[in-house]
Design a protein around this ligand. Structure first.
Ligand code: C2E
Ligand code: MG
Ligand code: MG
Length: 744
């Protein structure tokens, strides 16, 4: 606008006729009106060219603009020249011989060339002058608002002519209007850009006038605050105030805004739904040309996420990342509080360790991701269980639980409920899977009055529960403690028992599944205790292992089993494989090779009738020594069987290395296989893997026909269990052996 008035002022209106003056005004009016109506730059400039062409018959109007590098001119608008012709002008480098436009831009002066065919200024473009029959050409530089030359406005004629004052005026006005249109185009582009920033910003933006009435808000602000735009325009930003800050807070803010022009800090605001949340607010005061504050711009970012992350970090430092349960430290603190509360109210308390049965197997066979989701699910159930007051994950698949035992609350029924809850089917990839768990319980004050005293005792009770076959709970008993008096006396008695003939072996038949014939017997030790009666191995083998009494005990079992097998053969009964359990401690401590060799030699039993049963953990315990030891044992000619298979590492690759002969599938899978499809799937998988590796498979713990039928379907080779016979004293077993067909 300034440019136009300057252009108009600089011309001598007196030289123009009134008609010409009207034309000049009309051109300006039309073009400025088109701009005011929002016409885009190219259309407006083309229209300008056409208007001027009408006022100078037999001519064409062109606008050329410098490129970004300000090196070359290109045609921007030339509505009356065909596009392909116009394009021949593109890339024109301003210079003293670059035609009227090239010169106008080069010299920043108007150029009026009357004869393009002869004028030196057209030397380089002469061919174009001829081709287009452009006889004369007048060009005027176009300036930006900053006074920089940006291009040219030209009127070229098909006749040789000199400009009259009216024509000069037309050119001046044309160039000025082009400058304005381009300027507007640029400011519109930057306005558009600002508008996009304003609209698209993730941060809430609010603009007020000097009186802090809200003028504009963006969508992000509306989202953040939960208000619609029309609800906030014209109102004061205090509609967002949370009421959390003391009045002094806002006074300080305004003071700083007035003095420094900006304020930034954390502020609590309120959303429309009443929710109070933290924000990071940045306010800037905008001053006008006179230095007076005209607007305030506030930029809001929601800090809820960051606060949330901070809370999460503090949560993770006190909780287990996988399950979200408190971590051990937290548990200790909470359990201590629970004990204090129990003491204050005269209640008892219990510390329970919960261990998921066969978790390792599930984890290895289903994958760690599935294992993790099982743990998460169990943690959820524990948390939801009303019987449990506090819980944490102790590590792996082991959880620690605290229970307050108020008057009359039966602990056992609470444990039962907990086990039932864990045992409810879990959907894993759409398939139901049932877990079981073993619980060890230590009670306060009976077993200790502090978490450090109770935890190891609950752990021992849990180990006992596992030894009892899992899926049970066990209360801590002093004999579980290595140092207890009872423990000491029992271990003393056990050493005596061996010499005193109190140990006996019972034999349990092993049956070929296909033919129903007898294939062997497992020798299982019992202790005929003088005062306690017949004791099961579960009650004294762990003790014997702890004290080392397992070495002489194991020697006796081997010698006795071999003697008995040889005696049956000598009595004319069919020869039968006898299986003897070996403990890991025997492999480590005793000279097991000599023991076995001696047992065979003393009894005269051929080694091929002896099988030893080892657990995987016994084999894998000492990977340095074990392969060589097992190789020497196998060299004696006996068979090697892996007991309780499925409960340990189930690593067939290792087993192959040990040249194992058979796998005894643990009874916990076998027992459930008729009712639980997962157990059945595990047994099937073990049998299949076993067969692939040429291993004999035998299922233990077969108690009924249903399980037997399921086993048949898997292709398992042999079975052992109460369904056929309980372990029997030697005399009874001999009767059975005499009557039962034996496999050749
Ligand atoms: P194991 O070697 O896995 O023996 C199988 C156990 O399952 C035996 O328990 C047997 O009586 C029991 N069983 C057999 N069929 C069934 C059935 O159908 N249902 C149920 N519920 N149980 C059945 P037992 O005799 O109490 O022996 C327990 C464990 O003690 C044995 O497990 C073995 O690990 C250990 N053991 C037994 N004798 C010896 C021994 O001489 N030396 C060593 N080191 N350990 C022994
Ligand atoms: Mg066994
Ligand atoms: Mg077993």
């Amino acid at each position: 606008m300034i440019k136009v008035s300057a252009a108009i002022a600089s011309s001598e209106y007196s030289e123009l006729s009134s008609e010409e003056q009207v034309h000049i005004l009309q051109v300006q009016q039309i073009i400025l009106e088109a701009m005011a109506l929002g016409g885009e730059a190219h259309g407006v400039i083309s229209r300008l060219c056409q208007l001027e062409e009408q006022l100078l018959p037999n001519s064409v109007g062109t606008v050329m603009l410098l490129d970004k590098n300000r090196q070359a001119l290109n045609v921007y608008a030339a509505p009356s020249i065909p596009a392909d012709s116009a394009s021949r002008l593109n890339g024109l480098r301003p210079g003293p011989h670059a035609g009227s436009c090239g010169n106008a831009v080069y010299s920043c002066q108007p150029q009026f060339v009357q004869n393009t065919f002869t004028d030196e200024r057209w030397r380089d473009l002469r061919h174009l002058a001829h081709d287009f029959n452009l006889c004369s050409c007048w060009s005027m530089p176009v300036f930006s608002a900053q006074g920089e030359v940006v291009g040219s406005f030209a009127l070229s004629s098909f006749e040789h002519r000199q400009p009259a004052p009216f024509h000069r005026k037309l050119l001046e006005i044309g160039a000025a209007l082009v400058g304005i249109a381009l300027e507007r185009k640029q400011s519109e582009a930057s306005l558009k850009l600002f508008e996009q920033v304003f609209k698209g910003s993730e941060e809430g933006i609010l603009i007020t006038d000097a009186l802090t009435d809200i003028l504009y808000v963006n969508q992000a602000l509306c989202r953040l605050m939960g208000f619609a735009e029309e609800d906030v325009i014209g109102r004061q930003p205090r509609i967002f105030s949370s009421g959390r800050h003391a009045p002094g807070f806002y006074e300080d803010m305004w003071r700083q805004l007035a003095s420094a022009g900006h304020w930034r800090g954390e502020i609590w605001n309120r959303r429309r739904n009443g929710e109070i949340f933290p924000e990071w607010l940045n306010i800037t005061a905008v001053r006008n040309d006179d230095g007076v504050i005209s607007h305030y711009i506030g930029i809001f970012s929601d800090l809820s996420e960051r606060k949330h992350a901070e809370q999460r970090i503090s949560f993770l430092s006190t909780h287990d990342a996988l399950t979200g349960l408190p971590n051990r430290q937290q548990f200790r603190e909470r359990f201590a509080a629970l004990l204090r509360q129990a003491a204050a109210t005269g209640a008892d308390a219990a510390l329970v360790t919960l261990d998921i049965d066969h978790f390792k197997l599930l984890n290895d066979s289903l994958g760690h991701a599935a294992g993790d989701s099982l743990l998460v699910e169990v943690a959820k159930r524990i948390t939801a269980c009303a019987e449990v007051d506090i819980a944490c994950r102790q590590g792996g698949d082991e959880f620690l639980l605290g229970m307050m035992l108020e008057d009359g609350q039966a602990l056992e029924s609470r444990l039962q409920k907990l086990q039932e809850l864990v045992a409810m089917p879990i959907l894993l990839d759409g398939r139901p899977l049932s877990l079981s768990c073993s619980l060890g319980v230590a009670r306060c004050p009976r077993d200790g009055d502090h978490v450090d005293a109770l935890t190891p005792r609950a752990g021992k009770a849990r180990d006992a529960a596992k030894a009892m076959g899992r899926n049970v709970w066990c209360f801590y008993e002093p004999h579980m403690d290595g140092n207890s008096l009872e423990h000491l006396s029992l271990s003393h008695e056990l050493r005596e028992a061996i010499g005193a003939g109190q140990l006996v072996l019972h034999y349990q038949p092993q049956v070929d599944l296909a033919s129903g014939r007898l294939i062997g017997a497992e020798a299982l030790v019992r202790w005929r205790h003088p005062s306690r009666g017949m004791m099961s191995p579960a009650a004294f083998i762990p003790l014997a292992e702890q004290t080392g009494a397992i070495v002489p005990l194991g020697e006796w079992v081997l010698a006795e089993a071999c003697r008995q097998a040889a005696a049956w053969q000598a009595a004319g009964l069919p020869p039968l494989m006898v299986a003897v359990n070996l403990s890991a401690v025997q492999l480590r401590r005793g000279n097991i090779e000599d023991t076995i060799a001696r047992a065979l030699a003393d009894s005269g039993l051929e080694s091929r009738w002896l099988e030893i049963e080892l657990t995987e953990s016994a084999l894998l315990h000492d990977m340095e020594r074990m392969p060589a030891l097992i190789a020497r044992l196998k060299a004696l000619g006996l068979r090697l069987s892996i007991d309780d298979f499925g409960t340990g590492y189930s690593s067939l690759a290792y087993l192959k290395q040990f040249r194992v002969d058979s796998l005894k599938i643990d009874q916990s899978f076998v027992r459930d296989m008729a009712s639980d499809s997962d157990a059945a799937a595990i047994v099937t998988a073990i049998v299949q893997m076993g067969h692939t590796l040429n291993l004999f498979t035998i299922a233990e713990g077969v108690e009924d026909q249903a399980v037997l039928d399921s086993l048949r379907a898997t292709g398992c080779d042999a079975v052992q269990g109460y369904h056929y016979s309980r372990p029997l004293p030697a005399g009874e077993f001999a009767v059975l052996l005499a009557a039962w067909p034996v496999r050749d």
